[in-house]
Write a new protein. Sequence first.
Length: 292
Amino acid sequence: MSADRLKNQKPRRIRKASPASKQSGAAPAAIETSRLQKLLARNGLGSRREIEDMIAAGRVSINGVTAKPGDRAGSGDMIRIDGKIIRFRLAALLPRVIIYHKPEGEIVSVRDPQGRPSVFDKLPHIRSSKWIAIGRLDFNTSGLLIFTTDGTLANHLMHPRYQMEREYAVRIVGELTPEQITRLTTGIELEDGLAKFDQLLDEGGTGTNHWYRIMLKEGRNREVRRMFEALGLTVSRLIRVRFGPVNLPPRLKRGMWIELMDTEVEQLLKLVSQPGAGIPDKPPSMQAGRRS
């Protein structure tokens, strides 16, 4: 998977449209339709469950008619939520996906009472939807963050039942003993339950610092740091290098982002829907681009 089109370059190309819904009044072979909850979720208006609740409550309409569960719509239809018109991109049936290399010193939150820099400050502005962060990284952790406008895709990558593997590069002060490696890979009891690494690989080091590569299928708050701290070890660097089927592009510098092309988004959607998507043999990599 490669991504070479970035902010300040040409806009996403418009895909060919297919037949519109009957309600739109458009000529045949105009706009492709999709289930309403899927269409809205992929444009960042909430999860499918949240949107289904909106439809059931009568808060959503299509071309002036109150929507019902199971209704379909396309980007040519006029859809309102609570009377407000929802405007779609022409390529509305595909979500937008951004890969961001988070530096240390940024929070993964829209607002912060302490006024610290936010990763959302770096992202491009979008209308009628919002960026959803797939997973979090704490203030002092750097590495891969994925953002999307699709609540369904975000849920598929983050929900525990899908077992999406996270991979980190960890630098600690000192070197692990065989006994410590056994504890980290068989289970350490934390305040919120048992935690363990699915894999732990020695990456070497110099002086007092030593690097390890670890994989786990959970995303609990500060889980990696807390596991090492439970053994009395200090983590001096922590970098997420992979989330499920997506690698941190090797040439993407900290503080930079790239947006996936439509073909890459389609590939990602196929990958996450396949069994074992969280542990690919050869995770896709993407080329780095310009600073946003």
